[in-house]
Design a protein around this ligand. Structure first.
Ligand SMILES: [Fe+2]
Ligand SMILES: [Fe+2]
Ligand SMILES: [Fe+2]
Length: 458
């Protein structure tokens, strides 16, 4: 393949690197010069240098690097670590799913190599989290990722339906950050500000009690692979990765608390994340081939590592992002080669851009989030669109579903009463109270009329 100038350059670079003396790392360092400095502020995947796959495997001491210091770490360094772990996890899981549906041994072999490198990268990234950061502290980091990542993607999303879906779930993860903050105060006496560092607000939004919709309401329309902007495809893969890893984290850590309410809260919010993974996952075009999806996933990994490297304030961690971005470019090239060989397609006809912009940046989004709260707090999904709670028909399946799952008490409500009064009063905003009142009245009325209909007539 190597139709693009950048890919050809990378191949020459690989040959040069192959004959250099010294360790893999010194080769990497040399390989990183010159070509890597083509355009540091723009993500130009076809012009970036890469690291050959055989040089990406690390020894055990290289994989596990010292963790960051939780007391001095910048909140957004922590969120970058959490996000990149999620991106790698998504890449590895997608690759495993595809290998099981792939017949060709050469595709399977090459995917195994890339996957192994991605898997090692994931361990490096996830092991940057320190042991003294408690599960609930890491959880607040996960929800801070969800808020400020989703807001950044939504602000820069060209597809209005995808943007609406991001804005919709943004308000839910924003509320999860608040509910978990109450738990942090209750079980550890912790102050959520020590994690979010004033960059992300901690208060109620669309209350979690209203997030529990019938599975039918997780259905979504998908973008069209032929007309969607590459930024939409990158945003899609990024948010699915983040949400998937969040769900997995809650499901593997919620059982680590002995406190009954903590256990229940993790379970309740993990269930909402399952909704989020479904509704976001369905935004992707199922007509993309497996190799096309693989190439886009690897491109997404490179794009997000590159984005993280541009804004990282910890030089040691910045070097990891830079190094791993180059590895991902080689995975992307590998997938592009497979696409050309097995489907006769040029990756440039899929990406359709030399630059993917803007970069994904972690920064405060308070004004944006407050605007979405003001305008959309009472939105609910219905038939793959978004409606006001007041506009939903009595047939909306989620009334009955909520009546069922919320029927014996709701941990996300109970946890507020366990938090200090200052945190607890943030659940008393008029728009939040009004939403809960309205939802409760509608649910009770709908269930009462259903019961009436089912009563035998005299
Ligand atoms: Fe990776
Ligand atoms: Fe979520
Ligand atoms: Fe990768």
């Amino acid at each position: 393949m190597a139709k693009g100038k950048g890919l050809a350059l990378c191949r020459i670079l690989h040959q040069v690197v192959d004959i250099l003396p010294g360790s893999w790392n010194s080769q990497r360092a040399r390989a990183g010069k010159n070509l890597g400095e083509i355009a540091m502020t723009q993500f130009r995947p076809f012009e970036m240098d890469s690291i050959p796959i055989e040089e990406q495997f690390m020894n055990w001491k290289e994989i596990v690097k010292p963790p960051y210091d939780k007391k001095s770490v910048d909140a957004y360094t922590r969120t970058r670590v959490i996000l990149m772990n999620g991106i790698e996890n998504a890449s590895v899981l997608m690759s495993h799913a595809i290998e099981r549906m792939t017949v060709d041994p050469e595709i399977k072999r090459q995917m195994a190599a890339m996957r192994r490198a991605d898997s090692m990268q994931q361990q490096t990234v996830d092991w940057l989290n320190p042991a003294n950061q408690s599960v609930i502290e890491t959880t607040l980091g996960y929800e801070q990722v969800a808020v400020d990542l989703t807001a950044n993607l939504a602000k820069n999303e060209p597809d209005s339906y995808v943007k609406q879906t991001l804005d919709f779930a943004l308000l839910e993860d924003f509320d999860h950050l608040y509910r978990y903050s109450c738990l942090y105060d209750y079980i550890e006496g912790g102050d959520p500000e020590s994690i979010v560092q004033g960059k992300t607000e901690v208060k109620a939004a669309r209350p979690t009690i209203g997030h529990h919709r019938h599975p039918d309401e997780t259905m979504r329309k998908h973008y069209d692979k032929d007309t969607a902007d590459i930024k939409t495809k990158m945003n899609y893969l990024t948010i699915v990765a983040g949400e998937q890893q969040t769900e997995l984290f809650y499901k593997t850590h919620g059982n680590m608390y002995s406190d009954e309410l903590a256990r229940q809260l993790y379970s309740e919010i993990a269930d909402v994340e399952e909704e989020h993974v479904t509704l976001y996952g369905l935004l992707g075009d199922p007509n993309e081939t497996m190799l096309e999806k693989s190439a886009l996933m690897q491109l997404c990994e490179a794009y997000i590592y590159f984005s993280c490297a541009q804004t990282e304030t910890d030089p040691r961690i910045k070097a990891i992002w830079e190094d791993f971005a180059k590895m991902e470019i080689s995975h992307f090239e590998g997938c592009a080669n497979l696409l050309e060989k097995y489907e006769g397609r040029d990756i440039r006809d899929i990406v359709k851009a030399d630059v993917i912009e803007p970069l994904v940046v972690f920064e405060p989004n308070k004004n944006y989030v407050n605007k979405i709260i003001d305008e959309q707090l009472d939105l609910m999904p219905s038939n793959m669109e978004y409606k006001r709670l007041s506009e939903l028909s009595d047939e909306w399946a989620s009334f009955k579903f909520q009546w069922k799952v919320n029927g014996a008490g709701v941990p996300s409500e109970e946890v507020v009463s366990k938090a200090n009064s200052e945190l607890a009063k943030r659940d008393q905003a008029e728009n939040v109270k009004q939403f809960k009142r309205q939802l409760s009245e509608r649910t009770q009325n709908v269930m009462a009329s259903q019961r009436e209909r089912m009563m035998p007539r005299p």
